[in-house]
Design a protein around this ligand. Structure first.
Ligand SMILES: CC(C)(COP(=O)(O)OP(=O)(O)OC[C@H]1O[C@@H](n2cnc3c(N)ncnc32)[C@H](O)[C@@H]1OP(=O)(O)O)[C@@H](O)C(=O)NCCC(=O)NCCS
Length: 199
């Protein structure tokens, strides 16, 4: 399987990107993924989000990174239809983004908000490649501190972020509400003012 990463900067690309991105997010949230939605997002919501991110890329306000996978063995998640390929045979396998903080005193910093890999493509290094790419793009954009938060039981994501140099700076116990269940909300940060992440 080959993986190609691309930063999306062309607003006209959103038309083609929104349906497969929506499908990945919808499938993951339906399966209980901790992406900040209690219910799967509507396609219009995903489309609006992508538009905002791609428009923000022009002014280093945000960055949207996507991963395309190609190869003979493009997998479908159990229980889902196979993904629809692009003309070159590749399929959208994952996406992630960062956004600058709106508060004036926080403008040098950004939040890494959602890294999502289609269920059938997980465990093949795509999440790591996307997150590394997002850290590199934040560094290039001059972001000073990259933060993120994750649900306390999302051990796969938390392990990934720690191995990339993120440090936990806070935790709200039993803060995330999913129906009657409660999970910790964990806050991580990566200080990009240091030349190399402190591993
Ligand atoms: C979290 C997620 C993005 C990781 O993507 P992925 O493509 O499956 O991850 P990778 O194959 O690149 O593995 C990345 C790292 O995760 C960690 N990891 C993988 N499987 C793991 C497991 N079962 N337990 C603990 N850590 C695990 C490892 O550190 C791994 O790195 P390594 O293989 O180099 O040791 C993906 O699982 C996903 O989309 N989950 C649902 C959405 C989500 O929770 N997003 C994060 C929101 S904060």
């Amino acid at each position: 399987m080959g993986v190609r990463l691309a930063e999306v900067t062309d607003p006209t690309a959103v038309d083609a990107l929104a349906p497969p991105a929506h499908r990945i997010l919808q499938d993951l949230v339906s399966s209980g993924a901790a992406l900040g939605w209690a219910l799967p997002p509507a396609q219009s919501e995903v489309r609006d989000l992508l538009t905002e991110l791609v428009e923000g890329a022009a002014t280093a306000e945000a960055a949207l990174l996507v991963a395309y996978a190609s190869g003979d063995d493009i997998p479908a998640a159990v229980g889902f239809d196979p993904p629809k390929p692009l003309p070159d045979g590749s399929v959208l396998a994952g996406l992630g983004y960062w956004r600058r903080y709106q508060r004036q005193t926080h403008r040098p910093h950004a939040d890494l908000e959602r890294v999502a890999v289609a269920a059938g493509h997980q465990g093949r290094g795509i999440g790591r490649a996307l997150t590394e790419g997002l850290v590199a793009s934040a560094r290039k954009a001059g972001i000073e501190v990259l933060t993120l938060d994750a649900r306390g039981d999302n051990e796969r994501a938390l392990t990934l972020y720690r191995t990339l140099g993120f440090n936990e700076y806070g935790r709200l116990v039993d803060f995330v509400a999913v129906g009657h269940l409660r999970y910790d909300k964990v806050f991580y940060a990566l200080d990009l003012r240091h030349p190399w992440p402190r591993l």
